[in-house]
Design a binder for this molecule. Structure first.
Ligand SMILES: Cc1cc2nc3c(=O)[nH]c(=O)nc-3n(C[C@H](O)[C@H](O)[C@H](O)COP(=O)(O)O)c2cc1C
Length: 192
């Protein structure tokens, strides 16, 4: 017999991200963040390779990244509005957790499956933060894919990459509902 958990199902049926720019103080303390991180690390992972790790970024680190992103944007000759938008992602944030994909050599588990597991960590972290009552948002942006930025800003090793920054804080304004996929258009049943 199924053993339903209606509260968990209702949460999944109503969950939604909160835009990072609407998130403010307070942010979770270390103690409050621990179970959220623990839930994220409890993600599906073929072969138990743990091909990911987390970096918690507090305000001083985010301010440093905001400065670095301006330097990198200028060096890459990106449009001023691109630089300003990416800068504010860090400059306006109070807490973010970077999910780092750390692909492992494996004869059994293809790298694409390790990538999927890193995405699962991002989703679990996002959902755990929302379930704990915080606002949260999964962001990337061009700087996430800039090798110099991730090396200098986050000390990523060669081969590591950013799966996402999960911004966490207190919701300011409630976001409008986002149109959700049409289930009939997205789900096929094969019964024979
Ligand atoms: C890998 C990934 C990267 C994303 N990066 C951004 C981003 O940089 N900026 C942005 O506005 N939304 C970004 N999003 C979208 C939001 O995180 C989110 O999907 C959207 O706000 C709706 O979220 P919800 O379905 O949880 O309500 C990204 C989503 C994913 C999966």
């Amino acid at each position: 017999m199924p053993d339903p958990n209606p509260a968990a199902l209702n949460f999944l049926l109503s969950r939604r991200s909160r835009p990072a720019k609407t998130l403010g103080l307070p942010v979770p303390t270390r103690e409050e963040l621990r179970p959220i991180l623990e839930a994220a690390l409890r993600s599906p992972d073929h072969g138990k390779l743990e091909p990911w790790r987390l970096i918690v970024l507090t305000r001083p680190a985010l301010e440093r990244l905001a400065t670095l992103v301006e330097e990198r944007g200028a060096a890459l000759e990106r449009a001023p509005e691109d630089i300003a938008k990416q800068r504010s992602q860090y400059a306006d944030a109070h807490l973010a957790v970077a999910v780092i994909a750390t692909p492992q050599q494996s004869d059994k588990v293809p790298e694409i499956e390790q990538t999927l597991s890193a995405g699962a960590v991002c989703t679990a972290l996002l959902n755990a933060a929302l379930a704990a009552g915080w606002g949260a948002n999964w962001l990337t942006g061009w700087a996430s894919h800039d090798p110099d930025f991730v090396r200098d800003g986050l000390r990523l090793a060669p081969g590591e990459w950013i799966a996402g920054f999960i911004h966490i804080g207190t919701e300011g304004a409630a976001p409008p509902e986002r149109p959700r996929p049409d289930m009939d258009a997205k789900v096929a049943w094969i019964e024979a």
